[in-house]
Design a protein around this ligand. Structure first.
Ligand SMILES: [Zn+2]
Length: 377
């Protein structure tokens, strides 16, 4: 009896060993082409569709492969299927006992999902469950900062940004000065003019690349009924960032008009055209001033000059046609419009985010949609 049991045990043992050895052997043979590894390769190569296919197969073959689930969830998020991503990552956290490293990865992935869904309070809650050392990695710090920013807690956002830069953040993060300017815009849009003003003023002192802040400093001065100060800010933008001068042309024209000092505006345009003769916005501005002064032919000459250098928004043509129409020179206007007909129906001409191509709302430092940092000015 004992012998029989021993023999049975040995036989079962041998069978288990045999099956195990075969599996190990076949696994070893397939190692470099298992769906999981093919999925990782595809992720590295940036081929998300391929990665999705292989990783789906990997979790079918081995439902315990938590890392494959984490990565599948993240691909879904990147494809815009945020709800499904949240579901996968949340289930992993709730239903599995994960090794520490994968657990941390899952929490960060879930935080990214929740950020994509704009659920910032939950982002903070989940990041708080990370061990301290993981909370100070750049991804976690950037998410923390954005969460505070969206909650309007600008002090904590600024603090997180400082820590992010200290943590050796990726290069695409803005400098402290530009970030201050961005916070100024956040405050401005929330109606907190005092805070906005303080941030903008500190920003332009700290970092000349935050020059766009002068636009808003001027706007705040206008609200405070200090037109002279507004003009001073806008002129600073023109002198320090001539490439962005067009952002304040309209504002300056209005301010000078209200002050009854339209001639100064003409002078500004003339100076700009003299220093950069291909500046289309300055040319169209000058043309507009000349027309108001009654020098229609001169205005048309300058508008025709603008046409030569105009970009995809056809500012020169618009100006030229408008002047001709206002002076009832319809035939010439129709002729000037001819080259535009071919362009009609062409792709939209609005300003878009270079990262996600969403239309941009106003001038700032960051895309509201994908949160990429942009430098337009
Ligand atoms: Zn974007």
């Amino acid at each position: 009896m004992t012998f029989l049991i021993s023999a049975a045990v040995i036989a079962v043992g041998a069978a288990v060993w045999y099956v195990g050895a075969r599996r190990a052997k076949s696994r070893k043979g397939e190692l470099d082409k298992s769906p999981y590894h093919l999925g990782l390769d595809a992720l590295i190569a940036g081929d998300r569709a391929d990665a999705m296919k292989h990783l789906t197969q990997a979790v079918r073959d081995d439902p315990r492969n938590a890392d494959a689930y984490v990565k599948l969830g993240s691909i879904l998020r990147e494809r815009g299927q945020v709800k499904q991503a949240i579901q996968i990552h949340r289930e992993l956290l709730v239903k599995r006992r994960l090794p520490a490293a994968i657990r941390n990865d899952t929490i960060k992935s879930l935080a990214l999902d929740l950020a994509a869904a704009g659920r910032w309070r939950e982002v903070l809650e989940h990041l708080a469950t990370l061990p301290r050392s993981e909370r100070s990695d750049p991804l976690a710090l950037a998410l923390t900062r954005d969460a505070y920013e969206s909650a309007g807690d600008l002090d904590k956002a600024a603090q997180a940004h400082k820590e992010l830069l200290k943590a050796g953040s990726p290069e695409d993060q803005p400098t402290p000065g530009v970030y201050r300017a961005h916070l100024g815009l956040v405050a401005f849009r929330r109606g907190d003019t005092r805070r906005a003003k303080a941030e903008f003023q500190a920003a332009v002192k700290e970092d000349p690349t935050a020059g766009l802040a002068y636009v808003y400093l001027g706007d705040i001065a206008v609200r405070e009924e200090d037109t002279e100060r507004a003009i001073a800010y806008w002129m600073k933008l023109i002198s320090e960032k001539p490439d962005c001068a067009q952002l304040v042309f309209e504002r300056l024209e209005k301010a000078y008009f209200e002050m009854g000092d339209f001639g100064r505006m003409m002078g500004i345009y003339e100076e700009l055209v003299a220093s950069s003769p291909t500046n289309v916005r300055a040319l169209t501005g000058l043309s507009r001033m000349l027309e108001r002064k009654g020098s229609v032919d001169e205005a048309l000459r300058v508008a025709r000059e603008a046409v030569k250098h105009q970009g995809s928004t056809f500012e020169g043509h618009r100006q030229l046609i408008q002047i001709l129409m206002r002076h009832e020179r319809y035939e010439e206007a129709a002729k000037a419009a001819e080259p535009l007909i071919a362009e009609l129906g062409d792709e939209h001409k609005e300003r878009t985010c270079p990262n996600c191509e969403t239309a941009l709302d106003g001038y700032g430092w960051r895309c509201d949609s994908c949160r990429a940092w942009i430098n337009e000015c």
